[in-house]
Design a binder for this molecule. Structure first.
Ligand code: DC
Length: 222
């Protein structure tokens, strides 16, 4: 039987970290849908398209092929057959991904790919619209959130660990702008599914959040 877990929430709430732990524990495939939008974002950045120009965005849609493979247990995203995993984690690509993801036709393309992935196997999928649109029948739905201060500090520490200089106030501002865009777009905005359980990770460690979500899964018989 296919039984999936949907984890939605704003940027930097810790969705991917938690989804990886839960998927490993349950033996499910982890699907990072943000990475797919990021691959699309990278394409549009390279093409120099203004994300606000709907006509230009849609004119290029057929030139873009995003696919997912699993190599050594890791999700690898291909953009027109190029492995782009190492290129999509920048703030610039994230902002472009957020901007183009408001386009309904971009979303139709990505949602179809995500639903296809979840059709033949149980998945832990994270994103913004998983519990509401992509997997409305997911057996467990989590809305993982944290304050923008905490999320900005986590990004800051992540960058620092990679030797990347950043400014905490700027990161917080960018996170809040991204939240606003993701929550206020017309097409599948980020919102809690009615039947999702809210987990606020602001004052929880990774282990505590993972334990809480695994407990919720067990409660639902997973
Ligand atoms: O989770 P992330 O930061 O990698 O996502 C990048 C952007 O992609 C995010 O700001 C909004 C968009 N996105 C989306 O619209 N729907 C999803 N299911 C996942 C991501």
């Amino acid at each position: 039987m296919i039984r999936s877990v949907a984890i939605d929430g704003p940027a930097g709430a810790g969705k991917s970290t938690i989804a990886k732990i839960v998927s490993a524990q349950k033996g499910f495939i982890y699907v990072d849908t943000g990475a797919m939008y990021r691959a699309m974002g990278l394409f549009y950045l390279r093409a120099g398209v203004n994300p606000e120009n709907t006509e230009d965005v849609e004119a290029k849609l057929d030139d873009i092929d995003v696919s997912i493979k699993y190599e050594n247990g890791e999700q690898v995203v291909y953009l027109n057959n190029e492995n782009v995993n190492g290129l999509i984690r920048t703030q610039e690509v994230g902002n472009m991904a957020s901007a183009i993801s408001s386009n309904a036709n971009v979303r139709v393309k990505m949602v179809a790919l995500q639903q296809e992935l979840a059709k033949s196997q149980s998945v832990v999928m994270d994103g913004r619209d998983i519990g509401t649109v992509v997997l409305p029948d997911a057996i467990v739905k989590i809305y993982l959130t944290a304050s923008s201060e905490v999320r900005a500090k986590r990004r800051y520490d992540e960058y620092k660990a990679k030797g990347i200089e950043s400014d905490l106030a700027t990161l917080k501002k960018e996170i809040e702008e991204r939240d606003y865009r993701d929550m206020n777009r017309a097409a599948s905005p980020l919102k809690k599914a009615e039947d999702a359980v809210v987990v606020d990770s602001s004052y929880m460690t990774v282990d505590e959040v993972a334990a809480e979500i695994i407990r919720i899964c067990e409660e639902k018989g997973l």
